[in-house]
Design a binder for this molecule. Structure first.
Ligand code: GLU
Length: 552
């Protein structure tokens, strides 16, 4: 067979050789050990939490070695393409601090010497390599129709090795004349790899996450170019990751079963294979078992969910690192105030079988992140969130932004800040009693506080409440109230002789707390009182008093 003539016949428009591209995209001049990684989304417009997670792993792999992280858009399937998808995905990444050094950095904007980074613009490159494989007798056109392929699929139902190989590879050895006749006949063809695989042999590789892997060699004559001349994922992966000089391919572990095909393609093409890091999917617990986090079933599978709920990106990042590296939490305990990029990320510490998504844990992590933020930052971030997702909160803030910040500063910026807020959408409820517009009175009492006692306490307190009290003065005032209402300022004393008292200082403050906020548990009541202002305080105390008077 004259393979050279065949390659010309199949690819008359290709006048370049692989050397041309090799020269155009030379190896990168990076320091020893620097890793080149990428994120290679299909432009569907949906960013799954698992994709963000894998992308973060890929990004950290590059960044922790002063390498390069780039974005390549895998848009060979034009049917799946969604307008504006890239913008949505890149925005999703940047929200979590993932900004590519290179590649597609905005819709239709590419930077870097290895462009184009849209696969749809790389047809000539793929076809150059395809032509070269044909020329070497390593690939061939296959004219099998979809119906024929369906028949083979049905016939192979009980075969352990499926696909086009051995006797099924009917067009592997067509003669030049046969091919020519079919082409002249206008028959559609795909280009298949002439797999050099041996059914008896194994392929081995060392996955950076999963460790040593052994699988049977690939024997399938996989399609490398579809009938429209567009490459399959397998072929585009080999050509692109080689020419873009990717050192580490970090991707979902659904690709692990195709790795033998990929390693074979690298070999046939004469490329050095990259290192692989196959990331297990994020799992979710359900009915005692585990399943993959699902786009269809779980709202938290969409990255947009976290922004909508108002989880700060810092929290999500922190949480993703707890999922990514088993030693992250220990590191965090000893490095409480270090920024996240100081964490020595290590692929080897990734979970092999799939980390479990846990909303309670995320909530916990986020509370810890938010409690350490200054009030200004909490205000700023939650205001940004509110403008987009909660106009009512934005409206309340805008009445007086300084007061809003002061409200958010209650029990914050101290050694033991409260951990009430896990996400910005917790704030409207958390601060509702601080605004007349959203305050909902509720006069349910707790502890020893009874309506009778409430009447006594409120009658006295209305006369002596002082919004200028500092914490100590405020507490002294609570204690001073006690003897006037048959309570003791001393909780211990109450516990020793409960029958001697109507309650203790805690009960007195509960009554005031409930009157002012409608709740039995709030942050520092002294600060709340001061920020509520004279008018609201007087009104609420009077309304509560009237309520309890009616009750007794
Ligand atoms: N476009 C592929 C996907 O979205 C990329 C896989 C890879 O990273 O190689 O699954």
């Amino acid at each position: 067979m004259d393979y050279k003539a065949l390659s010309e016949k199949l690819f008359p428009n290709i006048d370049k050789t692989p050397d041309f591209w090799e020269e155009k995209y030379p190896p990168r001049a990076l320091k020893e050990g620097a890793r080149v990684t990428r994120f290679a989304p299909s432009p569907t417009g949906f960013l799954h939490f698992g994709n963000l997670f894998t992308c973060l792993v890929s990004y950290k792999t590059a960044k922790s070695t002063d390498g390069v992280f780039y974005v390549r858009v895998e848009d060979t399937d034009q049917k799946r393409k969604v307008d504006g998808a890239i913008e949505v995905m890149l925005k999703g990444l940047s929200l979590y601090g993932i900004v590519p050094d290179e590649g597609v950095v905005a819709e239709d904007t590419e930077v870097g010497d290895y462009a184009p980074y849209y696969q749809s613009a790389r047809k000539e490159i793929y076809q150059t390599y395809a032509k070269s494989l044909v020329e070497q007798g390593l690939a061939y056109p296959c004219f099998m129709t979809p119906e024929e392929l369906d028949e083979i699929r049905a016939a192979q139902e009980n075969e352990s090795i499926k696909g086009i190989w051995g006797k099924w590879a009917k067009h592997r050895d067509l003669t030049f004349e046969e091919i020519e006749a079919r082409l002249e006949n206008g028959e559609a063809w795909t280009l298949r790899l002439k797999s050099p695989g041996d059914i008896e042999k194994k392929c081995y590789f060392d996955d950076m996450i999963k460790g040593k892997i052994e699988m049977p060699e690939n024997v399938q004559d996989v399609v490398i170019l579809k009938s429209d001349g567009i490459p399959t994922y397998h072929f585009a992966h080999a050509v692109d990751d080689h020419l873009m000089r990717t050192t580490h391919v970090v991707r979902g572990d659904e690709w692990i079963s195709s790795a033998p095909i990929h390693l074979q393609l690298f070999r046939v093409l004469g490329f050095k294979p990259p290192k692989y890091a196959h990331v297990a999917p994020i799992m979710k617990e359900e009915n005692g078992g585990k399943r993959k986090l699902s786009k269809r079933k779980d709202p938290e599978a969409a990255v947009t969910y976290y922004a909508e709920q108002g989880f700060p990106s810092e929290s999500v990042n922190e949480y993703m690192l707890t999922l990514a590296n088993s030693n992250f939490e220990d590191w965090r305990r000893t490095n409480q105030n270090e920024p996240l990029d100081k964490f020595p990320f290590n692929l080897k510490k990734m979970s092999v079988s799939g980390a479990l998504f846990d909303m309670v844990k995320l909530t916990d992590v986020s509370k810890n992140v938010i409690c350490k933020m200054k009030a200004d930052k909490v205000f700023e971030l939650s205001y940004e969130w509110a403008k987009e997702y909660c106009p009512d909160l934005a409206g309340l803030y805008e009445k007086d932004t300084e007061r809003a910040t002061a409200i958010l500063n209650i029990d914050r910026e101290n050694k033991k800040p409260r951990k009430d807020i896990a996400k910005w959408s917790d704030i409207p409820d958390y601060i509702s009693y601080m605004y007349d517009e959203t305050f909902v009175p509720c006069y349910d009492l707790a502890g020893n506080a009874t309506p009778e006692l409430a009447v006594k306490v409120l009658e006295k307190y209305i006369d002596c409440v002082n919004l200028g009290d500092d914490k100590d003065e405020w507490f002294a005032r609570m204690k001073d109230l006690c003897p006037c209402v048959d309570c003791t300022p001393n909780v211990k004393e109450y516990k020793q002789n409960p029958d001697d008292f109507a309650g203790h200082v805690g009960d007195v403050s509960t009554i005031i707390r409930v009157a002012l906020t409608g709740r039995t548990n709030t942050p520092d009541l002294c600060a709340i009182t001061a920020l509520l202002g004279e008018k609201a305080v007087k009104e609420r105390l009077s309304a509560a008093l009237a309520h309890y008077k009616e009750e007794v």
